[in-house]
Design a protein around this ligand. Structure first.
Ligand SMILES: *Cc1c(COP(=O)(O)O)cnc(C)c1O
Length: 221
């Protein structure tokens, strides 16, 4: 069994081998204990992604001695917007006006704006999360008008596929959607997970969200 430090190093080498452009690595630590995060931190990782609010907040408390950046990557339920706005640095799954408005209103004034990505449902996704591409321009306009939020970019979770051509098509679609919104100076394309991050980087990902390739398979826990 590889250590977290060696798995992290292997992922970084794979990422670097793809291209010269720097790509941010978000370590997805959902379901893994605080100790695993501490191990990754000791190996130089500072940004972590979590999908379950209560679990994440328990870990934040345990790890409050470390300077970590916390990204919420799960679906945002409206009854969780306040606690998310109070604890996280980033939210990747904003896909509705109401959620954006609630996050903005709940963001404490003494904190910097919450950094957000709009989640888009790219072609072939069966998931209910993510806004339809046709509605993206209106939501982007709305999100960028909110005081408590800073619109940074777009995020997608395409249906898993082993077909690299298909993987790349879907990531390319998200990139084109971002390129069609030049007025917001978006700097983030959050796309790519353990099984498809190479395709995502080839299509312009600036941030990849990687869990099992670093921490191990969640199913085998
Ligand atoms: C769990 C999760 C990931 C990480 O998935 P792996 O396949 O373990 O790399 C990335 N993004 C989101 C939104 C997730 O929920």
């Amino acid at each position: 069994m590889a250590t977290i430090a060696s798995a992290l190093q292997a992922v970084k080498l794979q990422m670097a081998a793809i291209g010269k452009r720097p790509v941010q690595l978000l370590a997805v630590s959902k379901t893994w204990p605080a100790g695993a995060i501490r191990e990754a931190y000791a190996a130089g990782q500072t940004a972590f992604g979590e999908s379950y609010v209560q679990e994440a907040i328990a870990k934040m408390r345990e790890l409050s001695d470390l300077d970590l950046e916390w990204h919420f990557i799960g679906p945002v339920q409206s009854n969780k917007t306040k606690i998310i706005a109070e604890h996280f640095d980033w939210v990747h799954g904003v896909d509705r006006e109401k959620i954006a408005q609630r996050l903005s209103e709940a963001r404490p004034e003494n904190m910097p704006p919450l950094q957000v990505c709009i989640q888009v449902n790219v072609s072939g996704e069966t998931s209910k999360s993510g806004i339809a591409p046709a509605k993206l321009p209106d939501l982007a306009k709305y999100v960028s008008s909110l005081k408590g939020l800073k619109l940074r970019g777009l995020m997608a979770i395409p249906e898993p596929s082993e077909d690299r051509t298909l993987q790349r098509q879907r990531f390319a679609e998200l990139r084109r959607l971002k390129d069609n919104l030049p007025e917001y100076n978006l700097d983030t394309l959050s796309m790519g997970m353990s099984n498809d991050f190479e395709s995502a980087i080839l299509e312009g990902a600036t941030l990849v969200r990687i869990g099992s390739a670093i921490f191990g398979s969640r199913n085998k826990r």
